[in-house]
Design a protein around this ligand. Structure first.
Ligand code: ATP
Ligand code: MG
Length: 670
């Protein structure tokens, strides 16, 4: 009490520009995160380890900008994989309100698709182009190669799949063919000129028919934003706030696109973790992160070391995975999450035992209160979960599978899509070819002649009714096909109406071609359900090609229709996600690391990063399974395969593994 005996009451200065935010940013973010979220204009890079809140920074930044009056449409969020894009958009929408749903975003490919449909005419690309998946592209390459005479006779000429890989590598890395061949396919070095010729002819072929493959999407988007300054400026200004998740997996092409988009305003926030770079096979460049400040001068770099996802014992384990990497990384993450359970290490006697363990443990954890959604089973390659899928089905545990097996690439789905594509783009020669070959009596020669009339001579479906065909025994079938395209293509047809027409038309064809057509018809019915979400057939097709819905459609339902499901996923598709409990399957030489990677140190390093990505998805429980498995049969003769294939080297190289894990022995009930 002051001397006078009077109490002093202090008035605060009027709250500085009293803004009321729905979110208490300072309370929900640590100081480094807050700095990145509230950064003003300019470039910022957050470079930090797994689970340190990089994606959280992006989503809070979205909310912060919107609360400060930035129109949501001006925010563009980009990332590499579809799952990561969905996660990012979901979290942003959950934070604030509906306004977040108007934020632009998705994968680079999805964004490219939208931009090219809207502005592609600047480059001479019509809005109805068809997207080629890998299989379609290989067919086109085969066709062109044969036409050029580099076909069967020249035994040493690369196969269509190899050619596709060479082209793609060159596009994604920006390296000339000579360099790609020198590094990866030295046996074809002397064919550089011919390969170049095929590449040019394929490009011509695609251009003439309005076809774009996945790489073209990025390539043409880059053209769009770098060639014509006015367009680039217009597009760039539309995205005043540019954000990128998983920056470590961007390639040179994507970097060019980002640089061009940011040029009008210089606003870019990118986040990434060099130790989670797992897409070098698609040309990803960690350098894009290291050189960020060169690309965006004056960039702030923010680092975070606290992990908010995983408990201490899990983090202790994952830190040790990094230790084994040859490059010395300075990052050492810490966590304040107390939880006694160490990662559990098991060596089941067989794949069957591995599956039985997962099923039993999943059910127990669910009894203990962990919902199925909070658990995931991760593996290196799609087929590694085949046995488990059967076991889960038998145990009536509902699950969804992500990555790996692509429903969209099964032939009956491709058949139906080909029918829909000719409706949208009547000059799509590849789809016409596929559709025509399905008709009984139509062989490759007849199909070629018809495609020529329809596409090259621009007669469209009318060519199917040509009088010269009247005597053919399949004349009636061709007329039915023409009827179908007209019916499905009517001006006001919705996607689902077109789909219905296609299924009706194609059903007898499926019956004829597939013994198990009933099962396939069920698949297609579920696809029809998806189509109901779309107004335009073109949008439906584009989404299906970019975002294969396989996961939803191959869902094995354990009987009752429950919303709850267990996640099965390849590690690649699990990037950026998190679960309370994670099982990592088949930590065995030849599986993880995969057999293909055994010969190369660089690839082994990438496989180790994959293991790191898998283990860092876990919040509280991590089960590491190293069953006794036979090596994949086709690698039996591989000299890279050490005699003692067995538990993965990534487990063996962990420092004092018995210290940081708990080892469980599996015993069978007699
Ligand atoms: P990854 O490298 O795996 O993509 P990340 O760095 O993107 O991880 P996030 O997924 O954003 O990390 O965050 C991991 C988890 O930690 C999330 O559940 C997130 O909500 C939580 N988290 C992050 N930062 C904080 C924080 N400051 N306070 C509380 N929770 C946080
Ligand atoms: Mg993330």
């Amino acid at each position: 009490m002051p001397e006078s005996g009077k109490k002093t009451y202090k008035l605060h200065a009027p709250a500085a520009a009293a803004r009321h935010f729905a979110i208490d940013y300072a309370a929900e973010l640590n100081p480094q995160q807050l700095e990145a979220v509230q950064a003003g204009e300019g470039a910022t890079l957050v470079i930090a380890g797994a689970g340190t809140g990089k994606t959280r920074v992006l989503t809070y930044r979205v909310a912060w900008l919107i609360e400060n009056g930035v129109p949501p449409e001006e925010i563009l969020l980009l990332t590499f994989s579809r799952k990561a894009a969905q996660e990012m958009m979901r979290r942003a929408a959950g934070l604030l309100d509906d306004r977040c749903q108007r934020v632009q975003g998705g994968t680079f490919h999805g964004y490219a698709n939208r931009m090219l449909r809207r502005y592609g005419n600047v480059l001479g690309i019509g809005p109805n182009f068809t997207i080629l998946d890998r299989g379609d592209l290989e067919d086109a390459i085969q066709f062109v190669r044969n036409k050029l005479g580099f076909g069967e006779a020249e035994k040493r000429f690369p196969k269509k799949g190899t050619l596709a890989a060479i082209f793609s590598r060159s596009v994604n890395t920006g390296l000339p063919y000579r360099k790609v061949l020198d590094e990866e396919y030295p046996q074809y070095l002397e064919l550089e000129e011919e390969i170049q010729k095929v590449a040019e002819a394929v490009a011509e072929y695609k251009k003439a028919r309005g076809l774009l493959d996945y790489d073209d999407l990025l390539l043409r988007l880059r053209d769009l934003v770098t060639r014509d300054e006015k367009t680039a400026d217009f597009i760039g200004r539309g995205h005043r706030y540019l954000m990128v998740d998983e920056m470590q997996d961007t390639n040179r092409l994507q970097m060019d696109i980002l640089r061009a988009l940011a040029r009008p305003h210089g606003n870019i926030l990118a986040v990434g973790d060099d130790f989670q770079s797992i897409y070098s096979f698609r040309g990803a460049e960690i350098r894009n992160m290291m050189d960020f400040s060169d690309a965006f001068p004056g960039a702030r770099v923010v680092k975070v070391e606290e992990n908010y996802r995983s408990s201490r014992p899990i983090l202790d384990f994952t830190n040790r995975i990094i230790e084994s990497a040859p490059e010395k990384y300075e990052k050492k993450l810490f966590s304040s999450i107390e939880h006694a359970q160490k990662p559990v290490l098991l060596s089941p006697a067989s794949e069957m035992h591995q599956s039985a363990f997962v099923c039993q443990r999943v059910l127990e954890l669910r009894e203990e209160g962990v919902p199925l959604e909070r658990m995931a089973v991760l593996f290196r390659t799609g087929f590694h979960s085949n046995d488990l899928e059967l076991a889960l089905t038998r145990a009536r545990i509902p699950f969804r599978k992500f990555g790996g097996f692509k429903f969209i690439e099964t032939s009956h789905v491709k058949d139906v899509f080909a029918h829909l594509r000719i409706v949208v783009n009547p000059f799509d020669a590849i789809s016409w070819n596929r559709v025509l070959l399905l008709i009984q009596g139509v062989g490759p020669a007849a199909a070629n002649r018809l495609v020529e009339a329809i596409v090259e001579k621009r007669q469209g479906a009318a060519a199917l009714r040509d009088a010269s065909l009247a005597k053919k025994k399949y004349a009636g079938d061709l007329r039915a096909l023409a009827d179908f395209t007209e019916k499905a293509g009517g001006e006001h047809r919705s996607a689902s109406e077109a789909m219905e027409a296609a299924l009706k038309y194609a059903e007898p064809i499926l019956k004829e071609h597939y013994d198990d057509w009933r099962k396939r018809r069920d698949d297609l019915q579920s696809l029809a359900v998806v189509s109901e979400r779309y107004e335009k057939l073109g949008d439906f097709l584009a989404d299906m090609t970019l975002d294969p819905p396989g996961e939803d459609l191959v869902e094995e339902d354990g009987g009752d229709k429950e919303d709850e499901f267990l996640t099965l996923s390849t590690i690649h598709s699990a990037k950026g996600l998190e679960w309370q409990t994670v099982f990592v399957l088949s930590l065995v030489e030849g599986y993880l690391p995969s057999a293909q990677s055994l010969g190369s140190d660089k690839q082994i390093d990438e496989e180790r990063r994959l293991f790191y990505v898998a283990a860092t998805r876990a919040e509280r429980n991590l089960y590491l399974l190293a069953p006794h498995l036979d090596p994949p049969a086709r690698f039996w003769g591989n000299p890279d395969f050490q005699a003692g294939h067995g538990p993965s080297r990534f487990l063996r190289e962990i420092r004092e593994v018995e210290d940081c894990t708990e080892i469980w022995n599996l015993e069978e009930d007699p």
